[in-house]
Design a protein around this ligand. Structure first.
Ligand SMILES: *Cc1c(COP(=O)(O)O)cnc(C)c1O
Length: 387
């Protein structure tokens, strides 16, 4: 254990090699730098859909736009409600609010940090149009129970799969559930072009609706400015798609490494008194581990933040978990909800806890050699003991 006392070495993120270099030159030299007439975006969409077992994919500008577009295609607008986990990145709720809809936060499970299905069921009203599970850190939410809940209530399921490129549930890939899934390719995500996003779409009708809306309502072959529906410009460019094609080729092997390293790290973390790593779910049989997450239950927010500072000083890529969405000003800026923050907090005890005692490490830590993970666990053990 000669790593003790020294900062562990972690790989850089994002990663690239000659595949990205070649791809960028190829996109540059083809002479069309947007998707119309180019081949990179279309090829990426085919490859990304096939990789996830979905009939279709549509590349877009970023993950937030992907969620907005998906909600729009599912008929969400003023008067509708979208059920979202209270513990998530703000885009999940902001996308609904941007469309004039009400985002209804519900609690998550204390161990998996995924949406609590019973809490989601309790939040369904006649105005509910969509339930949006977030596959937290790449751990697929309970898709069986959620599919039943959605079907029983006649509402759509939209997967926020920003963390879950390549994840599986009972052998099924993200594109095999028959629902729209939204992805992000922002700089930190599991595959990236700096910015970018995509939808997986289960049928041609939704693909066409999404295509029109992501291209100012204009049909693919239109030459007469006959715009069909309201929309915006959410088109991804050719350079980004070229890079994403190269990133996709690397993803499966990286997911396998992260999964293996998390088995090691979570075992080590579970052995530290006071530390509880994110639980798995045997049904989520390929977990991408976008974040290596753990809790120090009962630690207050300030003590948690101080602990993170010590971890960062020791060389770990450590961060605070998401803040409960209803505890941000942004949420209330577009909220239109009747409840107060205290009332929402009252029915979201797990979110209250995880968002104040949770810590995550960047997934590049899980691409490191196992010595670095032993050193990581020792640093965390030392820092927690000193708390
Ligand atoms: C990153 C992220 C998004 C938004 O993606 P962007 O590409 O940054 O807009 C949405 N949902 C979750 C859960 C995310 O982590």
């Amino acid at each position: 254990m000669d790593a003790i006392g020294k900062a562990p070495v972690f790989p850089q993120w994002p990663q690239y090699d000659d595949e990205e270099r070649t791809a960028l030159i190829r996109a540059l030299e083809q002479g069309q730098w947007w998707r119309m007439g180019g081949t990179e975006v279309e090829s990426f969409e085919r490859e990304f859909a096939a990789f996830h077992g979905a009939p279709y994919a549509l590349a877009v500008t970023n993950g937030t736009h992907a969620l907005e577009l998906a909600l729009q295609c599912l008929g969400v607008g003023p008067g509708s409600e979208v059920i979202v986990p209270a513990f998530t990145f703000i885009s999940s709720s902001q996308a609904a609010q941007r469309l004039g809809a009400v985002a209804v936060p519900v609690d998550v499970d204390a161990g998996t940090y995924n949406i609590d299905v019973a809490a989601a069921a309790a939040a369904v009203t006649p105005r509910t149009r969509v339930i949006m599970p977030v596959h937290m850190a790449g751990l697929v939410a309970d898709m069986d129970a959620l599919a039943k809940l959605a079907a029983d209530n006649g509402v759509a399921l939209l997967q926020d799969a920003a963390h879950a490129q390549g994840a599986r549930w009972q052998g099924k890939r993200i594109g095999e559930f028959g629902t729209i899934a939204a992805f992000s390719f922002q700089n930190g995500k599991l595959m990236t072009a700096g910015e970018g996003g995509a939808l997986l779409l289960p049928d041609e009708e939704l693909l066409e609706s999404a295509f029109l809306r992501h291209s100012c309502g204009r049909p693919r072959t239109d030459r007469r400015y006959l715009h069909k529906v309201s929309g915006s410009n959410l088109r991804l460019g050719e350079f980004s798609a070229a890079v994403l094609r190269a990133q996709l080729r690397r993803l499966d092997a990286q997911n396998a490494v992260r999964d293996e390293r998390w088995a090691l790290l979570s075992g080590l973390l579970a052995g530290i008194p006071g530390v509880v790593p994110q639980s798995g779910d045997p049904r989520a049989d390929r977990n991408t581990h976008y974040m290596a997450m753990f809790r120090v239950p009962g630690l207050g927010e300030q003590a948690r933040n101080d602990l993170i500072d010590r971890l960062v000083a020791a060389g770990l890529p450590a961060f605070a978990t998401f803040r409960a969405i209803y505890r941000t000003d942004a949420f209330w800026d577009g909220a239109q909800v009747a409840e107060t923050v205290e009332q929402i907090a009252e029915r979201c005890p797990n979110t209250e806890a995880i968002s104040t005692d949770g810590i995550w490490l960047h997934h590049r830590a899980l691409l490191a050699e196992s010595e670095a993970l032993h050193a990581t666990a020792e640093i965390i053990a030392g820092a927690v003991t000193a708390t």
